[in-house]
Design a protein around this ligand. Structure first.
Ligand code: GUN
Length: 299
């Protein structure tokens, strides 16, 4: 079977262009530019790269941003105080706390102190709860970006078997909620697999839509999937490769060649889901700015 490669970079560029226009219009109506406060803790090179990509995207769409680079020795009390300052600062619309945090800082304990109206990642319990009961909210950027890819490629979800592998708070869990809600991007029969799932293949083989967000290279191989499946690979894994300039290459959670052979559509890694996450963060930050001024209109 020949497959279509899902071009996340292309779709993200289109969305970012639209956001750029929306930001211009917002400013032309007399509003100040939206503003994102990023918080980067410690020296994780991947986190540093992600935050740089996000602040660069901000600049391109006309969103102002600032990054607080904080040593990993910060205590939870100090970090909560920092967040509290951002909560109270009316010039900040969105707060981005880049994860993962160092081991001594429990993410939930920090996230719950954030003003949910500035939680552009959609991680605050208020926003997750609103998502679960079908109220308008900030939706976690990666799953929201995946639904945008479905829209662009006319991939319908109604009545389909959707299998999500990986139950993280960032991707798998909100993805499963979105796919199972009774709305235009949901209505799928949704299975959420995780590390306690006994026979992964038994579930995956049923999937019309397969979303994998585990962080385990080559976890999914061709024989595990159904002919014609739509595959969204969220994994970003650094695998050592002596022939690559940096000594490593980036791969997803799927063994691309064998899975692609059976897929109807599939995302590449990199260039699939990653750019969509950044685009949706831009969208949420503009939404946060709008909600702060017109809370009724944009709820
Ligand atoms: N770490 C991995 N993905 C994300 C994300 O979407 N947002 C934040 N804040 N941290 C992440």
């Amino acid at each position: 079977m020949s497959y279509t490669l899902i071009d996340g970079k292309k779709v993200a560029d289109i969305i970012r262009q639209q956001i750029h226009e929306d930001v211009q219009e917002w400013i032309a109506r007399g509003n100040r530019p939206p503003r994102l406060q990023a918080v980067l803790i410690g020296n994780d090179p991947a986190s540093k790269t992600y935050v740089q990509a996000k602040t660069k995207a901000c600049k391109e769409v006309g969103i102002e941003s600032n990054t607080a680079v904080i040593p990993d020795t910060i205590s939870i009390k100090e970090l909560k105080e920092t967040i509290s300052v951002y909560n109270k600062d009316d010039s900040i619309d969105g707060i981005l706390l880049q994860l993962p945090l160092p081991a001594h800082l429990h993410p939930s304990k920090v996230i719950e102190t954030m003003d949910f109206r500035k939680d552009v990642d959609g991680f605050h319990p208020m926003n997750v709860g609103r998502l679960a009961v079908g109220q308008p909210t900030f939706r976690s950027c990666t799953p929201a970006g995946i639904l945008e890819l479905f829209r662009y490629y006319s991939i319908t979800t109604k009545g389909k078997n959707a299998v999500v592998v990986g139950a993280s708070n960032i991707v798998g869990s909100p993805m499963a909620i979105m796919l199972s809600r009774e709305n235009e991007s949901g209505k799928a029969t949704t299975t959420l697999c995780h590390k306690y799932t006994r026979d992964l293949t038994q579930h995956i083989i049923q999937a019309d839509i397969l979303i994998v967000a585990v962080g385990s290279p080559n976890l999914i191989t061709g024989p595990m999937v159904k002919e014609g499946v739509v595959v969204i690979d969220v994994g970003i894994n650094r695998v050592s490769d002596g022939s690559a300039p940096k000594g490593y290459k980036i791969t997803g959670d799927c063994h691309f060649e064998s899975v692609a052979e059976k897929a109807s559509l599939i995302t590449p890694v990199p260039g699939g889901v990653g750019p969509m996450t950044v685009a949706m963060l831009m969208k949420n930050t503009l939404l946060a700015a709008k909600k702060s001024i017109y809370p009724e209109e944009y709820l």
